[in-house]
Ligand binder design. Structure first.
Ligand code: ATR
Length: 293
């Protein structure tokens, strides 16, 4: 059986969606959507679909989604988030700005829309973990300038942050991001040097790590939090491990901390609600189930 036949067999005639990537075995998306399906008694299925990283394979995926009546859409992970874009019928404006699609939704007329739920998930997790935090209250610091940083920077600027200090090891990537997301209303994205990251925490209301530093198997993020104001929030989008060395250090100093699992769970809401027509919420129980997966 090829992966499409396997997925159809598993779905057993129910409406379904899947995580599409190469590889997909390690993905936690089936656990997070499976939790909501069960919790809400939804007669649906969420599976895994390995799709090779080439144009032909992506075309096959799109054709499959179009022609299969019960296919509601999919999530996309590495390495497909950008290459899928020209194959879809419509790209939501927020996804177009970020330059990547992680959620595909089949519309009632059968057309395929690409969205990006990473920014939504990031902001929802931040609001949940630090309810009093206000975007307009002061400068924020974002470390990293990769794919995840694009969603985070775009979302924070849209939320009304007055000044965003963007810091990346490779400064040219930060400059590109700054050019793409600087609004026309006078608010600014300041590109700072990687060596100055500790000093740049002065006066910040929020520190976000979007680099892979601190992830299992990677070195810890080396940063001195001494200048970060006590009321500031520290958000690490890494979720393996859940408590990165950065979050452990921030917690020890009494900062409110946001881990990366909240972003993963909240970003899933966008797809689930569109595919299965049911509003869902993130819960402690779901966190446990997804962590155990
Ligand atoms: P993602 O799509 O998850 O954001 P990515 O595009 O590979 O992943 O981005 C990884 C980020 O982590 C980048 O900002 C990268 O910095 P560079 O642009 O300089 O590569 C950052 N990163 C990875 N390893 C790093 C390290 N050892 N030191 C500093 N930054 C690092």
């Amino acid at each position: 059986m090829n992966p499409y036949e396997t997925l159809l067999k598993e779905a057993g005639g129910r409406p379904f969606a899947a995580i599409v990537g190469w590889p997909v075995e390690h993905s936690r998306s089936p656990a997070l959507h499976g939790f909501w399906l069960k919790q809400n008694n939804v007669d649906g299925y969420y599976g895994r679909l390995p799709v090779e990283p080439n144009r032909e394979a992506l075309r096959d995926l799109v054709a499959f989604l179009r022609k299969t009546p019960n296919a509601r859409g999919c999530n996309l992970t590495l390495p497909h988030k950008i290459d899928i874009m020209p194959l879809l019928d419509r790209i939501h404006p927020a996804a177009a700005r970020i330059g990547a699609v992680n959620t595909v939704i089949k519309q009632p007329d059968g057309s395929l829309e690409g969205r990006n739920s990473d920014g939504f998930g990031f902001l929802a997790a931040l609001q949940e973990g630090a309810p009093g935090w206000r975007a307009a209250a002061g400068p924020v610091v974002v470390l990293g300038a990769g794919g995840a940083a694009r969603a985070v920077v775009s979302t924070l600027m849209d939320a009304g942050v007055p000044e965003l200090r963007l810091i990346n090891r490779t400064q040219s990537s930060a400059v590109d991001l700054g050019v793409a997301f600087t609004p026309t209303d006078g608010r600014r994205i300041a590109i700072e040097r990687w060596e100055d990251r500790s000093a740049m925490l002065e006066g910040a209301t929020l520190l976000v790590n979007t680099t892979s530093l601190g992830m299992t198997g990677k070195p810890a993020l080396d940063i001195d939090l001494a200048r970060l104001p006590h009321g500031a929030v520290v958000d690490d989008i890494v979720y393996i491990p859940l408590e990165t060395p950065l979050l452990a250090a921030a917690r020890a100093r009494g900062h409110r901390c946001i881990d990366g699992l909240g972003m993963l769970l909240h970003q899933g809401r966008m797809g689930f609600e569109a595919w299965f027509g049911k509003k869902v919420a993130v819960s402690a129980e779901q966190r446990k189930v997804v962590l155990a997966a």
